[in-house]
Ligand binder design. Structure first.
Ligand code: HEM
Length: 133
């Protein structure tokens, strides 16, 4: 498995653990209140959707889509998507503490850039493999 795919998938697993922990905190808070628990809802949602589900999907796609022999082309686009998605995730997750509109706006814009970058990387790889399947 290539290094970038490992980064994607290991980060996704970390975010699953962190997102589930925050989900448990919010759930606990419904029975026994914890100060500030609801403020973590944005982080919970970002961690389990963009962080867990999307990073896992993109990591597996980066690994498994057909290559050119051993070569993956335009790897920098998949790397840029990884960095942008991580920066975006933390901007959105921390937005409730930053008390400003720009982190959500910047996070959304970065998420769009990341999705476009990954799509540009992956599009030419959606084809028959070298083995004809
Ligand atoms: C892949 C797994 C998960 C996904 C995609 C997910 C997604 C979401 C989303 C989208 C919301 C917002 C719902 C809304 O605003 O109406 C939410 C809220 C919540 N999640 Fe999760 N979640 C996941 C796992 C978990 C886990 C494991 C827990 C608990 C241990 C949890 C606990 C909660 C709680 C307590 C809320 C707040 C519900 C409310 O508004 O009353 N989530 N989750």
């Amino acid at each position: 498995m290539p290094k970038l795919a490992r980064w994607y998938i290991q980060t996704a697993l970390l975010y699953l653990a962190l997102g589930t922990l925050l989900g448990a905190v919010i759930l606990w808070n419904k029975g026994l209140p914890i100060a500030g628990a609801w403020r973590t809802l944005a982080a919970h949602i970002a961690l389990v959707t963009w962080g867990w589900l999307l990073l896992l999907t993109l990591g597996v796609a980066y690994w498994i889509l057909p290559c050119w022999g051993q070569e993956r082309r335009r790897v920098w686009l998949a790397g840029a998507a990884y960095i942008s998605l991580n920066v975006a995730l933390w901007l959105v997750a921390l937005a409730p503490w930053l008390r400003a509109a720009w982190p959500n706006a910047a996070g959304g814009a970065l998420q769009a850039v990341a999705c476009l970058a990954f799509a540009l990387h992956a599009w030419p790889r959606v084809r028959k493999s070298a083995y004809g399947v």
